[in-house]
Ligand binder design. Structure first.
Ligand code: HSE
Length: 343
């Protein structure tokens, strides 16, 4: 199968995937038989272009870098909004990388519903749809014989969802617990080194880790979205946002950090899901973790998640939790998996 791809959204993550494709497209074809052409890009701020003959990614990337817009691209149809691009471009695969809205899931939810309804594969790192409407979208994808993949929604390119879904099958997972937000872990680590909260947050934003509205990170909403996705996938339960108990890191002061360090502990924002009888308890909150706990050693943008299983005991996966190329890689890994499955 040759992938004809439409990017819906062309911010940090979309450009991250575009850079990877531009850099190693030839190698991906030779090594994995992965054939692709990007036929459309639509971004509400940077503009849009559709050319069934295929777009020149290095050219698009340099336009965004130099002008912040792709409207000067020399060929193709311009000015299509996201839904027109999904409906009318010849893409068989939609890469949905707009911002996450955990209240409604929009606009990503409508983008993904529309694409799947039209029989197009969807890969996304957007957390809203997988957190709020996983079953509906999974069933729609199955009905249409296409894929809905979102490895990058939790722990960026670290293959957490693939690990849990493909390699822990047959074991019962009683609890998952870990560091699920890179920005807050980065801020807490930087504060341990003496930076102020504001300096550390500004650095996380500069590096492209933080959400469009960083309240989503520091108030714990981003981790809540990831906990909901894990509940959907691993515990077969559809929790609502308000069923996850939530506290962010905004009340953690340098004094708290110093006091924890004196007690050989570190503050971490921990997301967890635990089976209690027929119920699943879900929580996001800062916790003071002793230094000999594996999670205490996970610093900066790195995330980690421990699965408690009946057959294997505890299994922990550690890796990048955010970032341009790291999340771009997650999208690539989903595309490659679809490529393997359909060929
Ligand atoms: N803002 C998120 C984080 C991005 O810092 O973890 C990845 O989901």
């Amino acid at each position: 199968m040759k992938f004809t791809i439409a990017f819906i959204g062309f911010g940090t993550v979309g450009q991250g995937l575009a850079e990877i494709l531009a850099d190693r497209g030839k190698w991906l074809r030779e090594e994995y038989g992965f054939e692709y052409s990007v036929v459309a890009v639509s971004d509400s701020i940077k503009g849009s272009v559709c050319d069934p003959g295929g777009l020149d990614l290095p050219h698009l990337l340099s336009l965004v870098k130099e002008k912040g817009s792709i409207n000067d691209y020399p060929q193709g149809d311009k000015g299509w909004d996201s839904l027109k691009t999904i409906r009318q471009s010849p893409a068989n695969t939609v890469v949905e990388v707009t911002y996450t809205d955990l209240r409604t899931g929009e606009p990503a939810l409508t983008h993904i519903r529309t694409a799947l309804s039209l029989g197009k594969h969807v890969v996304t790192s957007n957390k809203g749809p997988a957190a709020l409407a996983y079953r509906e979208l999974r069933d729609l994808a199955r009905q249409k014989g296409v894929f809905f993949k979102f490895e990058g929604a939790v722990m960026s390119g670290t293959p957490l969802l693939n690990l849990a879904l493909n390699h822990l099958e047959g074991a019962r997972i009683s609890e998952v617990r870990g560091i699920l937000n890179g920005t807050t872990n980065f801020i807490l680590t930087q504060m341990e080194k003496g930076l102020s909260y504001e300096e550390a947050l500004a650095e996380a934003q500069r590096l492209g880790y933080a959400e469009a509205k960083p309240d989503a990170d520091v108030e714990g909403w981003d981790a809540v979205a990831k906990v909901l996705i894990l509940a959907n996938l691993l515990m077969n339960t559809q929790l609502k946002v308000e069923e996850v108990s939530r506290e962010g890191i905004t009340n953690i002061t340098p004094a708290h950090i110093q006091e924890a360090m004196r007690k050989k502990c570190r503050w971490k924002l921990i997301g967890s899901l635990r089976r209690e009888g027929s119920q699943v308890r879900a929580k996001v909150a800062p916790e003071k973790i002793p230094l000999d706990d594996i999670l205490a050693g996970v610093g900066g943008i790195t995330n980690a998640l421990t699965f408690s299983t009946d057959l294997l005991g505890k299994v922990t996966i550690v890796g990048p939790g955010a970032g341009r190329k790291e999340t771009g890689f997650a999208l690539l890994s989903d595309l490659l998996e679809i490529s393997r499955s359909v060929s």
